[in-house]
Design a protein around this ligand. Structure first.
Ligand code: EPU
Length: 421
């Protein structure tokens, strides 16, 4: 195991490129299982999660070749079962379920277990597949799915759940529906850019999908899909993390190769707080605020404020004068960063799904524990701005979802090094 030793008190300045999106790459790689032909996927970030997805594809029978960020996947003959040993390390492995059912009309996928960011059920994924006519049984820790005799059939459904739409649930149903007879209408679909990116790739493979990127997706089933090439969209959460770093302790940070429209929910909050944010077609620049004000955000499905940037915004609030708040409606318990930020001297009161944060002048470095991916990123950002040295333990959480985060922050002026635990 590794830890990150961060020397605090640095100012960040300069330009950094966004990597390809993790949360687009994972379902898009899974979607290559839908055809026997070769698919080429570009701009896949080098992360433990994407590497793990490639390993799963190999285990299912696909041939995978990689040349830096470009992946070639040919899934000529594949198996229908993804057992516990294969999928237990990453919850997002569940997104092989839709393609397996779509192509093979059956799948056995291990049921995902608990998660530090809260209870993460898959009932909506299963409900969606049942709407399509699949028989779903959970037995011995596995989800067994079998299409009826005539295969799956298109239908109308609403995938909205108690906490809003589901991203991977929408992906799974979409990937099963593309090879299903008739028309499928998904109401209450997730409108995240990553779902739209997946649909764009599926359409390049020969699928007929309209409305992706909105809450109503219409899929006209086709008989088969063919190979295709696709470049994954930039990672809006990684880009947003650098922008927040620029707000916390920057003297002008430009994030290049991103999609500013995907970052609007974040840049709107930052502008309201007093930051000078400017955009071009593919970059966002944040300049320091003369007198930043506290902010209040509520996480919601896209185009609302993303839950994946809530922790990093809490890190910003820690040293923003006045009172700020972050209400988490998607994963109401996603606050593992709070006790660690408090150890660094933050003033945070946690009241159910809401963190109320009163800004202090400076945090102070100390050993902290990374938990989930975004909570860990928040601790690194807080550490760059803190007084003294911070050791962020369990660094592997960050390597799951940020491509070379430490190197990229170092190019902006942060001082940090990896060491063995
Ligand atoms: N939910 C259900 N039933 C389901 C599925 C979800 O009740 O069957 C609930 C969840 O418990 C949660 C809400 O619906 O309260 C939204 O969950 P969603 O299904 O959208 O999450 P996900 O698809 O499993 C993806 C991202 C997460 C991101 C969420 C929300 C990937 C690989 N993961 O997860 O990303 O937080 O959408 O936007 O795309 C991360 O990158 O750090 C991360 C956790």
């Amino acid at each position: 195991m590794q830890k990150l030793i961060v020397q605090g008190g640095q100012r960040l300045r300069g330009k950094v490129n966004a990597s390809g999106s993790k949360n687009s790459s994972l379902p898009i790689l899974a979607a290559t299982l839908l055809t026997k032909e070769e698919c080429i996927i570009r701009h896949v970030p080098d992360l433990s999660d994407t590497n793990y997805m490639l390993q799963i594809l190999c285990e299912l029978g696909a041939e995978v070749e990689r040349a830096s960020g470009t992946m070639s996947v040919k899934a000529e003959k594949i198996k229908h079962d993804a057992p516990y040993d294969l999928v237990r390390k990453m919850r997002a492995s569940i997104c092989v379920m839709g393609p397996l059912v779509g192509r093979l009309h059956k799948a056995t996928v291990s049921m995902p277990g608990g998660c530090v960011i809260g209870d993460r059920p898959v009932d909506l994924h299963l409900k969606g597949l049942e709407y399509l006519g699949a028989d779903v049984k959970v037995d011995g820790g596995n989800i067994n799915i079998q299409a009826g005799k005539g295969g799956l059939k298109g239908t109308s459904m609403n995938l909205q759940g108690r906490f809003g739409s589901t991203v991977l649930g929408t992906d799974n149903v979409l990937m099963a529906a593309v090879l299903t007879k008739g028309t499928t209408i998904i109401e209450g679909a997730a409108a995240e850019p990553e779902v739209e990116d997946l649909a764009n790739f599926l359409n390049k493979m020969g699928a007929k999908i309209e409305g992706a990127g909105t809450t109503r997706i219409v899929v006209e089933g086709v008989k088969e899909l063919h190979g295709a090439e696709h470049t994954v969209i930039p990672d809006r959460i990684e880009a947003g993390t650098f922008i927040i770093a620029g707000a916390i302790c920057g003297d002008g940070v430009m994030v290049k190769r991103c999609v500013p429209a995907h970052l609007r929910p974040l840049t709107d909050v930052l502008q309201a707080s007093g930051y000078d944010v400017t955009t071009t077609k593919d970059s966002v620049t944040i300049m320091p605020a003369k007198s930043p004000k506290g902010f209040h955000l509520t996480t919601r499905p896209h185009p609302g404020f993303p839950t994946d940037m809530q922790a990093q915004m809490c890190a910003l609030a820690c040293t923003t004068p006045g009172l700020s708040s972050a209400k988490e409606t998607i994963f109401p318990q996603r606050f593992m960063h709070v006790p660690e930020l408090k150890r660094m001297g933050a003033t945070i009161e946690l009241d159910g799904d809401t963190a109320r944060i009163t800004g202090v002048e400076k945090l102070s470095g100390c050993p902290v524990m990374a938990s989930d991916l975004r909570a860990s990123a928040a601790l690194v950002l807080a550490a760059i701005n803190a007084k003294g040295t911070t050791e962020v333990h369990r660094l592997y959480h960050i390597d799951r979802g940020y491509e070379h985060l430490d190197d990229k922050l170092a190019t902006l002026g942060a001082v940090m090094e990896r060491a063995r635990e």
